[in-house]
Ligand binder design. Structure first.
Ligand SMILES: *[C@@H]1O[C@H](CO)[C@@H](O)[C@H](O)[C@H]1NC(C)=O
Ligand SMILES: *[C@@H]1O[C@H](CO)[C@@H](O)[C@H](O)[C@H]1NC(C)=O
Ligand SMILES: *[C@@H]1O[C@H](CO)[C@@H](O)[C@H](O)[C@H]1NC(C)=O
Ligand SMILES: *[C@@H]1O[C@H](CO)[C@@H](O)[C@H](O)[C@H]1NC(C)=O
Length: 750
């Protein structure tokens, strides 16, 4: 009844003319709303029982789509992106988010944690002659101001900086290591270039920044510099900002260098929440922290460094053509070094325990209030962060308004919806990780799914990563949402892009969940099925001051229609997860994907274990135990599907055809199906975790930092394979197959 109270009526019952007129208007509004609700009921009735009729008798997913507004989205985006909001520095944005949720009638709390974060104090990158001390180059380490774009001129903007980087002042010869992957460092070794004691210059791309710094550290380097090469992200791609969307010469890509492959979140409280009084590790014992200082630099600052390498070591093109970047157009030839000149890298940072604010809204379900669907994104950004993550925050806020509006129409979800605006996402996913760690018990008991939209709109190409269980739901939702400026749906555009990118198959590609998303703690640690999606671009402003409202308005989404599509899609997925009588999580799809995982791993084994197998038990490169277990899972999944079909045919999804006597039977069957499909993922969680990285507990897939794909199938098996330990591989295979067998039994018997 929000509209009625906007008329300014006082609650008094006196009989003035004005009050009577108010009363009258209020009535009229009520009648209008009742008529709207009735129309929904009729519409649902006329469309037949297949439509999901919620408690208020309306199809919430449909109505939600109509409530969402591009204008509101723009307003939200302008709010979040109008000021810098690095984690721990802008509580105003947390308060704003909270009061917006509350205005929608959503019960909301701010949950604080106290992780160990760093902030930049002083930094320097300089080239000098080690014998004379003469300095020949000082790097700027600042992004230029762009006239007309206030975000580039915000006094709170940071200089060159890596979150969770090591404090230090180091000097050494410079070595160029391409993208800093494992194979890049091996190639340097084979070329006879030593990295010991050096400052390593690497370019962004292929693997996460944290991995590059770690790889440099492993190779014996004393410092790491990471720059954005114009061939990957800059003038090599197109016109640069502000003339175009690409990264200009001074642009810096800030990033986290926390080793999420060890564990994400607060480095001092692994596996448990960083509450105010939690016990904490000595930072020297925190295994997720890199030990060598690092900084991001622009390609403008990288250029003189590359020039200093010329003629020293090996010419990069002789290692591989893939080692040559785009500064060749400025006359640079890429060489490995080590350089004759020395580089001084100063990264002075201040670490402290900082309060961070997660904003958590809760819409209580009417049928299964203990069952929860969590939707969220991180709120903090390295600067204005218009695309990353404010586009996602804008969508979350608008979704809260639409859900509030649905509530005012009388609708409640069956299951509880939690809206989460995480803080410190840029610092190794701290907000979501600490929250999951604190709530792990009930999430394992009652978590249905987590839906993340981090950067909702960075470009126009839809992409998704997900647990196999959620793929079908995502496909169905994408078919319901129109793709802007086309006659097709998001699904159509997605399939087209996916095929163009080389995907085979009849459906768009959905990769397993990778490292850089707040889905991580849910999926990998708690075993809650999760999905992450958005409209992706291929770079241009990631983590720079130029990720601004102006840039979004000029080059990314001028009319906010992509934001609207993202909101509609997110709303569809969330409402269906929270309100479908029978959950659309698919064990059949899970079993099918597991089969693909097994095949894929077997191909890798065949490749790595030939010539002659080293140990016993490798007469064949087949994962026999896993294959057998997968078969059982497939059979069980079919049984669940049969029960679901039976339920629909005999009783109707809503048990509306069950009659009074059999209503209970129907409800019990439905609860059992829902329980089975939503807990399947939990059966792939090994409480002990993967050997060597205990926080990561999923046995089928783990985020992988060293691989371009971003994920690793059967992480424990892959480790054994890498170590060439066939016996251990077989042992672990049996163990995982046992877990899959148990999952299959659970699907059948629960
Ligand atoms: C915090 O964010 C708000 C809204 O974007 C902005 O107006 C304000 O300037 C920011 N505060 C700081 C300290 O940057
Ligand atoms: C960093 O090291 C350099 C070279 O050793 C030295 O000249 C400089 O004073 C140091 N800076 C700081 C802030 O310690
Ligand atoms: C350092 O300076 C000395 C003295 O001017 C010079 O001989 C030497 O070549 C310089 N080294 C480099 C790497 O430029
Ligand atoms: C959509 O369909 C209409 C009618 O077939 C056509 O004229 C129009 O060009 C189409 N628009 C796009 C963006 O494809």
């Amino acid at each position: 009844m929000g509209k009625a109270s906007d008329t300014g009526c006082s609650a008094g019952s006196g009989g003035t003319w004005q009050q009577r007129r108010c009363e009258c208007r209020r009535r009229a509004a009520q009648v209008l709303l009742a008529a709207v609700a009735l129309a929904f009921v009729l519409a649902v009735y006329l469309r037949g029982p297949a439509a999901t009729a919620g408690a208020g008798g309306l199809d919430p997913a449909r109505v939600l789509m109509d409530i969402l507004s591009a204008e509101q989205l723009r307003e939200n985006l302008e709010y979040y992106a109008s000021g810098a909001h690095v984690a721990g520095t802008n509580t105003t944005q947390a308060d704003h988010t909270r009061s917006h949720f509350e205005r929608q009638g959503i019960g909301t709390e701010t949950v604080e944690y106290y992780p160990w974060l760093n902030y930049p104090v002083a930094q320097r990158v300089a080239l000098f002659n080690a014998s004379t001390g003469a300095v020949s180059f000082e790097a700027g380490l600042q992004e230029a101001r762009v006239p007309g774009d206030p975000a580039s001129d915000d006094p709170h903007n940071l200089p060159a900086f890596h979150g969770h980087s090591a404090d230090g002042n180091v000097t050494g010869r410079l070595v160029y290591a391409n993208y800093g992957t494992g194979s890049d460092f091996r190639a340097l070794g084979e070329a006879g270039v030593s990295v010991k004691g050096a400052i390593v210059l690497m370019r962004y791309g292929v693997v996460p920044c944290a991995y590059k710094v770690h790889a440099a550290e492993l190779a014996g380097a004393h410092g790491a510099l990471v720059y954005s090469d114009p061939i990957d992200d800059g003038y090599g791609k197109g016109r640069v900002y502000p003339a175009g969307p690409w990264r200009p010469a001074s642009s810096l890509q800030r990033d986290s260098v926390l080793r999420l492959d060890v564990y994400p979140g607060d480095p001092l409280t692994p596996g448990y929440p960083s509450t105010r009084d939690a016990p904490r590790l000595d930072p020297r014992d925190a295994a997720s922290l890199n030990r060598i200082p690092s900084l991001p630099i622009s390609h403008m600052d990288a250029l003189p460094l590359l020039v200093a390498l010329q003629g020293h070591g090996v010419e990069a093109a002789d290692i591989s053509r893939g080692w040559v970047g785009g500064l060749t157009s400025k006359g640079v030839r890429y060489w490995t070094g080590p350089s004759a000149l020395a580089v001084n890298l100063l990264n002075q940072v201040a670490y402290r325990t900082v309060p961070i604010q997660n904003v958590i809204g809760r819409i209580k379900g009417w049928e299964d209030p203990e069952q929860v669907v969590v939707i969220g994104n991180h709120r903090d950004a390295w600067s204005a962060g218009a695309s990353d993550p404010s586009s996602g925050s804008a969508v979350l806020l608008e979704l809260a308004r639409a859900l509030g509006e649905l509530g005012r129409l009388g609708w409640r979800p069956r299951r509880t919806i939690i809206l989460a605006s995480w803080d410190a996402g840029e610092y190794g996913l701290a907000g979501s990780t600490e929250w999951v760690e604190e709530n792990i018990d009930w999430l394992r008991a009652d978590g249905v799914a987590y839906v993340n939209v981090g950067a909702a709109v960075e470009g126009s190409s839809f992409r998704a990563t997900a647990s196999p269980a959620l793929k079908d739901l995502l496909y169905a939702a994408a078919k319901q949402v129109a793709y802007p400026h086309s006659n097709g749906t998001v699904y159509d555009a997605w399939l087209r892009d996916s095929v163009a990118a080389g995907a085979r198959g009849r459906r768009p590609a959905v990769q397993p969940l990778g490292p850089a998303s707040d889905t991580m703690a849910f999926a990998v640690h708690a075993g809650v099925s999760a999905v992450d999606f958005g409209f992706a671009g291929s770079g241009g402003a990631r983590h720079s001051n130029f990720d601004s409202i102006q840039r979004v308005a000029a080059f990314v989404d001028p009319d906010m229609q992509l934001h609207l599509a993202a909101a509609r899609l997110w709303g569809q997925v969330a409402v269906r997860l929270a309100d479908d009588p029978v959950l659309r999580l698919s064990p059949t799809r899970y079993a099918a994907d597991l089969k693909r995982y097994i095949r894929q791993f077997e191909r890798k084994m065949a490749l790595l274990l030939r010539p002659p197998p080293k140990g016993p038990g490798l007469a064949t490169e087949r994962l026999g135990h896993l294959r057998a277990a997968q078969h059982q899972l497939e059979v069980s999944a079919r049984i669940v599907e049969d029960s679901t079909r039976h339920l629909r045919l005999v009783y109707g999804e809503d048990c509306q055809m069950a009659g009074r006597r059999r209503h209970r039977t129907c409800l019990a069957l439905r609860a059992s199906i829902n329980d089975r499909v939503s807990k399947l993922e939990r059966h792939f969680i090994d409480p002990d975790g993967a050997p060597g990285r205990e926080w990561h507990k999923h046995v089928l897939v783990a985020p992988d930092f060293g691989a371009a794909s971003g994920y690793r199938l059967f992480p424990a098996l892959a480790d054994a394979l890498d170590a060439g330990d066939a016996l251990q591989l077989r042992e672990r295979e049996k163990y995982i197959a046992g877990m899959v067998h148990e999952a299959a039994w659970f699907l059948r018997e629960a």
